[in-house]
Design a protein around this ligand. Structure first.
Ligand code: ZN
Length: 235
């Protein structure tokens, strides 16, 4: 199931069974005092593995940590230009098509308009030139509602719960402090958004839980698996 762990024979067998490739993507980005910098890609990776498990097939790439701006000025965040990311993903899609992908799932665990619009655009451009490849490019919360809410935030109730469920050893609720992002770096020279002005932290220790994360993961991966089945049926 994990690309990097497969032998060539296993790889060919997996593609013959189901020509689906998962690209879990995120960013190295500040996620409060209680969560690690690589949360977005790690979360996306676990959701891809769980979805592949439900499908009974598919090959999951290692997490990709490079993406478009998010909390660019906060501690530890690394961001990349659209030109750089465009090349990376266009060539990756090209390479995955070469090895046999019919459906590519680009699941972004990092959100914000710059990232989400980017993944959709790069997928659309590729599909226009390569009609035999279907790319499902989306943040994990897309199309999902849980208890009347979209399960999406930044290190808030949903993201903390999801991550806590998948990575309890990397989640440090005792270090949680409610504050706006601590600005560590000057404004970047080009595109980013002013993250702190929109910041609103929830009452996290009261609302986040591993149990909620488990439930959200089930609903998200059920929904994603269904999208992939529909795409596969049209291949
Ligand atoms: Zn995040």
């Amino acid at each position: 199931m994990k690309y990097e762990e497969m032998t060539p024979a296993e790889f060919l067998q997996a593609i013959a069974l189901m020509p689906v490739f998962f690209v879990p993507t995120g960013l190295l980005e500040w996620h409060g005092d209680h969560l690690p910098l690589g949360l977005d890609a790690l979360k996306a990776h676990s959701l891809c593995l769980q979805t592949a498990d439900k499908l009974g097939g598919g090959i999951v790439l290692p997490p990709n940590y490079y993406g478009r701006p998010g909390f660019s000025r906060a501690t530890g965040t690394l961001t990349f230009s659209e030109a750089c990311m465009d090349l990376l993903f266009s060539e990756l899609f090209e390479q995955l098509t070469k090895v046999g992908a019919k459906v590519i799932v680009l699941l972004t665990g990092h959100y914000g308009p710059l990232q989400v619009n980017f993944v959709k655009r790069v997928a659309e451009y590729f599909m226009a030139e390569h009609p035999a490849t279907t790319i499902i490019a989306q943040p994990e919360y897309e199309g999902v509602t849980i208890d009347g809410e979209t399960p999406a935030d930044h290190a808030g109730k949903w993201e903390t719960s999801l991550f806590w469920h998948f990575y309890p050893d990397l989640t440090h609720m005792e270090r949680f402090e409610s504050h706006t992002p601590r600005i560590s770096y000057p404004d970047p020279p080009n595109d980013y958004y002013k993250e702190s002005e929109e910041w609103e932290w929830q009452d996290l220790p009261r609302v986040a839980s591993q149990k909620l994360g488990q439930r959200a993961a089930e609903i998200i991966t059920d929904h994603l698996a269904e999208r992939i089945r529909t795409a596969l049926a049209a291949v």
